[in-house]
Design a protein around this ligand. Structure first.
Ligand code: ATP
Ligand code: ZN
Length: 311
């Protein structure tokens, strides 16, 4: 990372912490949200929800905790694609003697990972993951498909000095389970346009950019090239700490029949459903606003304030 970028990230983090927008924990990428930041985040989220009303079909509103069954993470192939970002939950499950060993290690500042056991749960990497098995278990997809609204804390093991790259952040997603490819793609494309309008309406210099997920390893390079060639992922990006490398505030993804096949989501005629999702990183949108319009919300442009603080 260049010195300029690192300085810009450190400066922004410091300003956000000094203003009590972010509440530091001492661990990179792990912050609490102060009163004003949380208020702005809630208002951004309300704007996302109002924008989603344009979909006509009322979304089913499902809420999941920030953990999911480990088996679901494994089945979704997340560990093949992005093992470096995944987090799983471990817990102590030993004898009294093991406990003594554990405490000695804790007090000695040593690693005690081998004294904990993997549990049945893992951390949610993206808000949409818990949706697919439930839709599959409901049986054949109803005519016209489904639309699900999910909002969850997500975990990604990517500690960074960049205050816009958190280890735990909230993602508001709309997930379209569509009968066919055209429907899923159209949903995704419609959201690219609406998402851009939403972000630009907040005075952000948002652009649409073809993107790929950070797939791991050599095989991952191929997956990334494939994802770009087939135009499966677009990000809505905006400069935060770098003009050359703008940050993704939202992404709009077409999964083809990836989740449909893995989880067995079928149409009544036996064909496999296609899925798409759009996800807004609400902390990132808020941080982009503070970076663009300044730390003092009272001094933000009148039209931006009007949009967010609309009745
Ligand atoms: P990036 O390319 O910056 O790693 P991404 O494109 O992999 O992000 P997605 O998986 O598409 O992210 O997630 C949807 C949205 O969630 C992103 O557009 C972003 O707004 C938000 N997001 C993703 N990772 C983080 C993070 N580490 N901290 C804060 N928000 C994040
Ligand atoms: Zn998703």
């Amino acid at each position: 990372m260049s010195d300029d970028l690192l300085n810009a990230q450190n400066d922004l983090a410091r300003a956000l912490v000094e203003a009590r927008l972010l509440l530091p924990s001492g661990v990179p990428g792990l912050f609490g949200r102060g009163t004003v930041l949380e208020d702005v985040i809630e208002r951004i989220d309300a704007l996302v929800v109002r924008t989603a009303e344009g979909d006509g079909a009322r979304a089913e509103r499902w809420r999941f905790p920030p953990i999911l069954p480990r088996a679901l993470l494994e089945k979704s192939e997340y560990l093949s694609a992005m093992p470096q970002l995944a987090g799983s939950v471990h817990a102590f499950d030993g004898t009294v003697q093991d406990h003594q060993k554990l405490l000695a290690r804790v007090h000695g500042g040593e690693d005690y990972g081998d004294l904990q056991k993997q549990t049945d749960v893992a951390l949610v990497p993206a808000a949409c993951y818990p949706v697919y098995p439930i839709v599959a278990s409901d049986g054949p997809l109803r005519e016209g498909g489904r639309l699900v609204d999910v909002f969850s804390y997500c975990f990604r093991h990517e500690p960074s000095p960049d205050p816009a790259r958190l280890q735990s952040f909230r993602m508001h997603e709309y997930v379209r389970i569509a009968p066919d490819a055209d429907d899923a793609r159209a949903f995704r494309d419609g959201w690219i346009d609406r998402g851009l309008l939403l972000l630009r309406g907040l005075g952000l210099a948002a652009e649409r950019a073809p993107a790929n997920d950070p797939f791991f390893g050599r095989a991952g390079k191929l997956l990334a090239v494939n994802q770009r060639d087939q135009e499966l992922k677009f990000e809505l990006v905006c400069p935060i700490t770098s003009a050359e490398k703008p940050t993704a505030l939202a992404s709009a993804n077409y999964h083809q029949d990836h989740f449909g096949s893995l989880f067995g989501i079928k149409n009544a005629d036996g064909t496999t459903a296609h899925t798409a999702c759009v996800g807004f990183g609400v902390e990132r949108v808020a941080i982009a606003l503070f970076k663009t319009h300044g730390i003092d919300v009272a001094a933000w442009p009148v039209d931006v304030r009007a949009r967010l603080w609309a009745p």
